[in-house]
Ligand binder design. Structure first.
Ligand SMILES: Cc1cc2nc3c(=O)[nH]c(=O)nc-3n(C[C@H](O)[C@H](O)[C@H](O)COP(=O)(O)OP(=O)(O)OC[C@H]3O[C@@H](n4cnc5c(N)ncnc54)[C@H](O)[C@@H]3O)c2cc1C
Length: 413
């Protein structure tokens, strides 16, 4: 009998970690190897844009200590990236020259920042934000930066804008679209979010294009379609592109992400799975295939694949949810809203709370909240159970109160 080649995971981020920890928790006893391009132990990214950090020791982001891997016989190869797949021979080849066979391959390669396509983007003082090393560099730059320009008014840009503000800088957010978070939050909620950032002191320029970054070796101004902004630090985050190049080169179907089925297996080769930011997948809450960039999605998809390989297959149906901490604003979302949904904006009992409920064909499908975690949790519980909720059900009440009333009625029945 030949010994099993085991599971090879490409990518040591949130999703790759979830795969290997669930494999062992589910009793899988074959070889498990993770190739991780970065030199760091697998870590969480959310703190990178939310914490005013300066020293590596001040930012504890590792998911688990190093001993976790050894104790579970997980072979973690840091600083070695996979450069080619051979799906016919079932092998991977790494930059360091290792060739390894697999029974199952999991792609957990994440996404890359979109580059800023303007002259001057390579100047000193201009940073993207994704790997831990960028966050540490930005943290150090914030010690002295006076004028910070954040290019891109998405979650990460807004989080970083508020970190810079808290560190005493003057901050301008430049966004090409005519509103902040244009792809992510409803147009009904956005003005209220923008108002809070502006009230805190962030200057927001929407409908504004960055045309060039200028300075003698180091950035000192940003040329936009609405004038020139002084800047000694520029941070940009203008979207991400999935790292699906290995899959594409190996002949697997790729369409802005590795295309997988409801069990997250490549539609071209069921021995290959893809999870996290790099996977494009069907979802019962979505119309068509989706690619999600969130911690929830990375953890739940990794766990689902880990359990499947260990012998318990299931379809991926987890409710999508997300959070973003932007200074004094906690934005949370549950479910997937589409542009044609009807949105009802409802204030909470205290002025900082707000909820946007999205309805499709008269039924609640997604909820966005500002500073209202209890309402977010109630939304998750109701949406997870596919409990029907209409706009009329919400008249004069909250989801939290509605969920409680329905539970009481169930107990009495
Ligand atoms: C700054 C920041 C803040 C965020 N904040 C939030 C938040 O508040 N809430 C939320 O829900 N989500 C947040 N996210 C998104 C969330 O972190 C991601 O969705 C999640 O990390 C995706 O996990 P992943 O494993 O798919 O990808 P990643 O965590 O990006 O990991 C992929 C890893 O694979 C490695 N890799 C790629 N190619 C190869 C290769 N060929 N060989 C070996 N290794 C390879 C990469 O180097 C990387 O380390 C944030 C993201 C960022 C960047």
């Amino acid at each position: 009998m030949t010994s099993p080649a085991g599971v090879v995971v490409v990518g040591g981020g949130q999703a790759g970690f979830s795969v290997v920890s669930m494999l062992r928790a589910s009793g899988y006893s074959g070889p498990v190897t993770v190739f991780a391009a970065e030199p760091h132990l697998p870590y969480q990214r959310p703190p990178l844009s939310k914490k005013a950090h300066t020293e590596p020791d001040g930012l504890r982001v590792e998911l688990v200590p190093e001993s976790f891997y050894g104790e579970r016989d997980i072979d973690l190869r840091l600083g070695d990236d996979v450069v080619a797949l051979d799906t016919a021979a079932r092998t991977v080849l790494t930059r360091a020259g290792t060739r390894l066979s697999y029974d199952h391959l999991v792609l957990a390669t994440g996404a890359n920042n979109r580059r800023l396509p303007v002259p001057g983007a390579e100047l000193a003082g201009v940073h993207a934000l994704r790997p831990l090393d960028d966050a540490l560099t930005i943290g150090r730059a914030l010690e002295t930066a006076r004028d910070v320009v954040v290019v891109g008014g998405g979650f990460i840009g807004l989080e970083l804008a508020r970190v810079a503000l808290a560190r005493g800088a003057r901050v301008t957010v430049v966004e090409l679209a005519d509103r902040l978070l244009s792809r992510a939050v409803s147009p009904e909620l956005e003005p209220r979010l923008r108002e809070r950032h502006e009230r805190a002191g962030v200057r927001v320029l929407t409908g504004t294009a960055v045309q060039a970054l200028e300075g003698a070796g180091r950035v000192d101004r940003v040329v936009t379609s609405h004038g020139v902004l002084p800047a000694d630090l520029v941070v940009y985050r203008i979207g991400a592109v999935p790292r699906d190049e290995l899959a594409r080169e190996a002949g697997l179907e790729v369409a802005d992400g590795v295309v997988v089925d409801e069990q997250l297996r490549s539609v071209t080769d069921p021995r290959v799975s893809a999870v996290g930011d790099c996977a494009r997948h069907p979802h019962p809450h979505a119309e068509g295939l989706v690619r999600l960039e969130s911690v929830q999605n990375a953890i739940d998809q990794g766990a689902l694949v880990g359990r499947r390989i260990a012998g318990s297959p299931a379809a991926y149906e987890s409710l999508p949810w997300f959070w973003s901490d932007q200074g004094d604003v906690k934005l949370q979302m549950a479910g997937l809203r589409s542009a044609s949904d009807e949105v009802l904006l409802v204030p909470g009992e205290s002025p900082e709370r707000l909820a946007a409920y999205a309805f499709r064909a008269g039924r609640l499908v997604a909820v966005e909240t500002l500073n209202w975690p209890a309402e977010h949790l109630a939304a998750r519980r109701l949406l997870e159970r596919h409990t029907p909720v209409s706009a009329a059900d919400l008249a004069g009440t909250t989801l939290r109160a509605l969920a409680r009333a329905r539970r009481t009625a169930e107990v009495r029945a």
